[in-house]
Unconditional design. Structure first.
Length: 261
């Protein structure tokens, strides 16, 4: 069956430019285009040719879910090669390691994680995923946390998930143009390209955001220009966002109590 015949007859799913990159030609794409926030199940893509854009944890998990639910072909577009870690080893969760090392010097953690990766993660260079040039903790401090493996390694090694270059744009309705000059014609594209904080319209006028729209204070600390205003959840700690959110909630509650006394 041809790619065009497999495509849904319903209008393509779209997302707002706020969350989906404004790729040239995107509006004319004749296949299904959706953001990962709207992805529900790989069952909806059974038998179809799907391109997942972005290799963070969301993109990696969606790619594996598509394979497990019978997608006809799964490709994963990668712009920046990620660090990959085992979700757990002999019952020891990767998050435990993140908690233990979070206060160590960045350079030291980079060296330790490099040795651990060589011992536990196979070299996927031949499949399009070479080992990253920058250290794991260096990258995490920049906001790019490691990808926890939920089957991506095996799927890539077996060719069930194909690694391709980053997306540059769309042309001729159904073609996706990649950074290496190649073109592919998937039935559907899932943009696992992240999210934006979008705090400017809410608190931007208070002077509590930096140049990138991030809160200047976090957790129990409040911005000097807006005492009593607290932010949490706008960081990506190596020790786990949900864990830190829980800890922040208690710290913020105590800070609020102190201010109200």
């Amino acid at each position: 069956m041809s790619s065009s015949a497999r495509r849904s007859s319903s209008p393509p799913a779209t997302t707002t430019p706020r969350t989906c990159p404004g790729w040239p030609g995107r509006e004319a794409f004749t296949g299904d285009l959706t953001h990962a926030a709207d992805y529900r199940s790989g069952k909806e893509y059974a038998g179809r040719d799907v391109l997942v854009v972005g290799v963070g944890n969301t993109g990696a998990e969606i790619a594996v879910d598509l394979v497990e639910n019978g997608a006809g072909r799964v490709r994963l577009a990668v712009r920046t090669v990620p660090h990959i870690v085992r979700r757990s080893t002999a019952g020891w969760a990767a998050q435990y390691s993140g908690i233990m090392i979070r206060r160590l010097p960045v350079a030291l953690v980079d060296r330790i994680s490099r040795l651990m990766a060589k011992a536990s993660i196979p070299d996927l260079s031949a499949h399009g995923l070479p080992r990253p040039d920058t250290g794991l903790y260096t990258r995490a401090r920049q906001g790019a946390i490691p990808v926890q493996d939920v089957g991506l390694i095996d799927a890539v090694r077996k060719g069930r998930v194909e690694i391709v270059a980053a997306v540059e744009g769309f042309e001729d309705g159904g073609e996706v143009v990649l950074a290496d000059g190649s073109r592919i014609s998937p039935d559907a594209v899932v943009a696992a390209t992240g999210y934006v904080r979008a705090l400017e319209g809410l608190v931007g006028h208070l002077g509590v955001l930096d140049d990138e729209g991030r809160p200047v204070a976090h957790g129990p600390r409040t911005p000097k220009d807006a005492p009593g205003l607290f932010f949490t959840g706008y960081t990506t700690p190596i020790s786990g966002t949900l864990r830190e959110l829980a800890l922040d909630a208690e710290r913020i509650a105590k800070a609020v109590h102190r201010r109200s006394r």
